[in-house]
Design a protein around this ligand. Structure first.
Ligand code: NAD
Ligand code: UGA
Length: 355
């Protein structure tokens, strides 16, 4: 896939390259002709595309824990042209089980990367979250807009909010570096991306507590009821990872226009309650496999499913106009998004019914 005509493009360091978003981003960047340094604890999720990636001399795989290799992290930032930071704990169960670990990684470790970008004058693309908007939907805003919506979080004893709080603090520091020291950056707020390679399948909760699609897919494959937290009454708007990666590429290529801005990446038309989502994925699973799924759903209280300190967000609809103005138009509707996600895990089934 090496394209000599594009070989002059910049070197991009992707921190968190082995995660769900990162693994799609790395392939897209290599295809677009960039040099990529892929940094993560593990790069196993790149294996799906390894045949293609392996033939590129523009990919450098760097499997390190950034907390234990600070000199290496500094060397990477100094040598790259653009820094993308995806590293975070990104599952609500972790925010509830390990709030200190969450703030340590998602704020303090990421802050080191921000400071290095300032020190070496590098362009930073920082992945934040739609969760920073918090409860604003209930209070005043019909859609979440980057520059006008308030950010409203719950009480301290609902420590799920430490994730949004850490991400918000990081955003505020990045903004202040831009104001006071001319740091060049874009902050991206993703709204529930989903698709191939999101999280992992589980036999039971003893294997971990990933995001909702992985729970639903695992339950389908194991022929068990799909767990609905608090009845699945809350709403989310989903973005297929291919659309999300395309939005990222557009933002990257328009980084002069978006410099020192925050952008939502979300698809308002793909809104669903989690209960409706459960029924959609059951139908799609039946269509894809030709099997009949009779287990249905089971309701579980949030604090039982996640533990004390869990809180949920009723609804979050993005104002997607900034990305639309740059020509981004998502192509996957809700059904296509989940059909493809199901197909991927049917082909990559690490579970067996009856386990
Ligand atoms: P992910 O968990 O799949 O990816 C994060 C990656 O960071 C993982 O591969 C993990 O191994 C790596 N990592 C964690 N600690 C590390 C360390 N100490 N050293 C090196 N690598 C480390 O999550 P994702 O869904 O790909 O999300 C990426 C980013 O986007 C995160 O910042 C997340 O908060 C944000 N985000 C994602 C979504 C979404 O819909 N997926 C939504 C909102 C925000
Ligand atoms: C996610 C995570 O915080 C991050 O990935 C990210 O910042 C952000 O939101 C995002 O993806 O934009 P959330 O949407 O709550 O948070 O993540 P899920 O764990 O996928 O939960 C979605 C909904 O499904 C919640 O209402 C949850 O209670 C519910 N749920 C979860 C179930 O009903 N059943 C399950 O088995 C798991």
């Amino acid at each position: 896939m090496t394209n000599e005509s594009t070989s002059q493009k910049e070197t991009i360091a992707v921190f968190g390259a082995g995660g769900f978003i990162g693994s799609h981003m790395v392939v897209a960047l290599i295809r677009a002709g960039y040099r990529v340094q892929a940094i993560d604890l593990t790069l196993e999720k790149l294996e799906d595309d390894w045949d293609e990636l392996n033939t590129s001399d523009r990919l450098e795989a760097i499997d390190i824990d950034i907390r234990n290799h600070r000199d290496r992290v500094e060397e990477i930032v100094r040598g790259a042209d653009i820094i993308i930071d995806l590293i975070a704990f990104a599952n609500p169960s972790i925010y509830v089980e390990d709030p200190l670990g969450t703030v340590d990684l998602n704020l303090f470790e990421n802050l080191r990367i921000v400071e290095l970008c300032h020190k070496y004058d590098k362009f930073l693309i920082q992945y934040s979250t739609c969760e920073v908007y918090g409860l604003a939907q209930d209070r005043e805003d019909k859609v979440f807009s980057e520059d006008t919506s308030n950010l409203i979080l719950g009480p301290i004893n609902q420590h799920r909010w430490i994730y949004a709080c850490a991400k918000q603090m990081l955003e505020r520091i990045v903004h202040a570096y831009g104001m006071m020291h001319d740091l060049n950056y874009i902050i991206i707020r993703p709204f529930n991306f989903v698709g191939p390679r999101i999280d992992y399948l589980i036999h039971s909760r003893a294997d971990g507590n990933p995001r909702v699609f992985s729970h639903f897919m695992s339950a389908l494959l194991l022929d068990k009821p799909l767990p609905l937290v608090d009845g699945g009454k809350n709403l989310r708007s989903y973005v297929h990872i291919a659309d999300a990666t395309q939005a990222f590429l557009i933002a990257l290529e328009n980084r002069d226009k978006l410099n020192r801005q925050i952008v939502n990446i979300g698809t308002p038309n793909n809104e669903t309650s989690i209960r409706e989502l459960a029924h959609l994925v059951i139908r799609l699973y039946e269509e894809e496999t030709g099997k009949t799924f009779t287990q249905g759903t089971v309701d579980i209280p949030g604090e039982e499913f996640y533990g004390p300190g869990y809180a949920d967000i009723d609804r979050r609809i993005p104002d997607a106009s900034k990305m639309a103005a740059l020509g981004w138009a998502p192509t996957y509707d809700l059904e296509a998004t989940f059909r493809e996600s199901i197909r991927y895990y049917l082909e990559h089934n690490t579970l067996k019914a009856g386990d």
